[in-house]
Structure formats: C-alpha cells, structure tokens
Design a protein around this ligand. Structure first.
Ligand code: C5P
Length: 308
C-alpha cells in the first residue's frame, strides 16, 4: 500500500488533580466530579508497529506491576478501535512508562490515549481528536484529558473538559509511597465516609474559583492554598502512611501537598527543583517513600513524536 505507515510513536502525559470535588453517584456508578487536571511532563511513550497480530511489550522506568492480559488499557484501546472501525490490521505495541503505576496519576489512561492516537495514524483511520476523545471516554474517565493535556476543568465523570488558562510553569515533587490504591475502592470508602458523617454530596459539585485565578495569574501561594481533594480522607483511611507523607512534605518545605486523584502518589507544589530535591531527600531519609520524581506542568496532551 503506497503511503501507508509502518511505525508511529506517540507520547501522552500523566496528570495530577489540583482539585477534586466529588458529588453524588449517577446511574452508571460514576460520581459527579468537578476537578482541575494538570498534565505533567512524565510521559507514556507508545510505539505502534504494523504486525500480523496484536501484541504488547512494556518497558518501565517506574516500580510497579502492569497487567499484560486483556485488562490492560493499551490492549483494550486497540481492541476498541478495531471493533468500532472494523479494522482487520494488527500492531505490535511497545509502551515505555514514566508515570507511577496505579498511583492516581492516570498512567494507564495515558497508555490508552497514546494507543488510540498512534493506531488512528498507523491504520489511517482519520478519526480526529474529538472522536478519539469520545472513544477514550469509554475506556476510562481520565483518558480524554490525557489526549487534551495542559490544564483543564473536568466535569461529569471527569471526561467533559474545558481548557483552563494558565500563566507560567509549576514544579511538582511527586512522592510515591509503597503500595497501590484501587480507584473504585477509594470511591467506595469515600461513599462510606460521607454516609457515616451524615453528609449529602452535592448533585453538581463546584470548583473553587480562586484556583482558576491562581492558575491564570501564576500565583503559587494561592494555588497552594486551593489544592483540594475530596478523596484524600478515603485514601488516608486505606493507606496507613499516606497522611504522614503529606504532612512531611509540607514540613520539609513544600508550599502545599495533596494526594493526587485516588492516590497514593502525593503531589507537592514546590518553589523550584532545588526545593524538590531537598524534600525528596528528607522523605527518603524518613523511609516514607519508595521513589520521588520531579515534574513540571502544564505539559501538552498526546502527540505524535515520529512516524515512518
Ligand atoms: O473511569 P475509571 O476507569 O478511571 O474509573 C474506575 C472506577 O472508579 C469506576 O468504575 C468507578 O467505580 C470509580 N469512579 C467513580 N467516579 C468517577 C470516576 C471513577 O466512581 N467520576
């Protein structure tokens, strides 16, 4: 076939949630959210090469086990595209991981986002960004954001996105404590805590307008002040040492620290890389973390790096 591509390389970013307000549950079991996502420059890089059958190989720069079976989001993304578009072609997928595994930073969603973009190109489907985001939303609430990138407000289950204006760059220390948290389990514990506290979650949660001001004005202190995660108490309840990590990061000099998404990665907002390194050294010395990563936000969404 003339002009057909043999190989496409796409990278997609991980994210943190600068705020996460959780409301009631809808008919599909999803909670209504109002969240501000920020993509950071830790990327999942997918290389898709034409092949006779589908296969998946993973090279990881971060600790943690990734399933290679049918539950893997990269493979599910490929299958979804084949079914939806009646594709008979196949591809060998290679994923290089930089985003902490099962850490609340949407690494699996970034894999799915990168695969959708890569195979759309490789197989010449021409679906375009919006259709790919709609397909991505069927794989997970965070997939569309990994395609869009930068900083965005997420509503609904997190997949209805509006880009947020930002000024400047933000430096994050990402503290990865040992252990994983399951997103559905954290949401379940959130429901239990709400029930036990006799609270009624809002039908339509709202974000803090001051956070948008902090982002558009490049105001570090105000951003730190508005970091918020309704899932944090549930994550603390399920991960015994997590609260200590957040407290220690702040004590060691973070301007603010928060559990990212459903955790357990802790995102600490810092002045600069030197501050990040000092805090990382302190957390490591105290035996509170498995690893620490330094990242900058915002980062662009899923994009093609190479094709041939
Ligand atoms: O969409 P994703 O695969 O990330 O979600 C995993 C699980 O987390 C969902 O099946 C649901 O139990 C929970 N969840 C939720 N509300 C959301 C997003 C996820 O309850 N907005």
């Amino acid at each position: 076939m003339s002009g057909a591509l043999e190989r496409v390389v796409v990278r997609a970013p991980g994210k943190i949630n600068l705020s996460l307000h959780v409301g009631g549950v809808d008919g599909r079991g999803y909670h209504a959210l109002a969240t501000v996502f920020q993509a950071v420059d830790l990327y999942e890089t997918v290389t898709a090469t034409r092949a006779d059958e589908m296969s998946l190989e993973i090279t990881s720069e971060v600790p943690g086990e990734v399933p290679l079976d049918g539950t893997n989001l990269a493979l599910r993304a490929a299958e979804l595209l084949r079914t939806e578009c009646g594709v008979r072609d196949a591809a060998a997928l290679h994923v290089r991981k930089q985003v902490p595994v099962a850490g609340g930073m949407a690494g699996g969603s970034a894999d799915a986002a990168a695969v959708l973009v890569a195979l759309d190109r490789l197989w010449g489907l021409g679906l375009g960004a919006e259709a790919l985001r709609t397909l991505g939303a069927r794989l997970g609430a965070d997939v569309p954001f990994s395609m869009l990138g930068h900083t965005a407000l997420g509503r609904g289950n997190g997949a209805d996105l509006t880009t947020v204006l930002t000024h400047g760059e933000w430096t994050w220390l990402l503290a990865v404590p040992g252990g994983h948290l399951s997103t559905p389990e954290v949401f379940r514990r959130f429901d239990e805590l709400v029930l036990a506290g006799g609270r009624v979650p809002p039908e339509r949660p709202e974000i803090d307008e001051r956070q948008l001001q902090a982002l558009s004005g490049g105001n570090l202190e105000l951003l730190a002040d508005t970091l918020h995660n309704d899932l944090q108490a549930a994550a603390f309840a399920l991960h015994p040492r997590l609260e200590e990590v957040v407290e220690a990061a702040e004590r060691l000099g973070a301007i603010g620290a928060i559990v990212s998404g459903s955790g357990p990665t802790v995102a600490a907002l810092v002045e600069d890389e030197a501050a990040a390194r000092t805090i990382a050294a302190g957390l490591t010395e105290d035996g509170l973390v498995e690893s620490c990563l330094i990242a900058r936000g915002s980062a662009p969404g899923a994009s093609v790096l190479e094709e041939s």
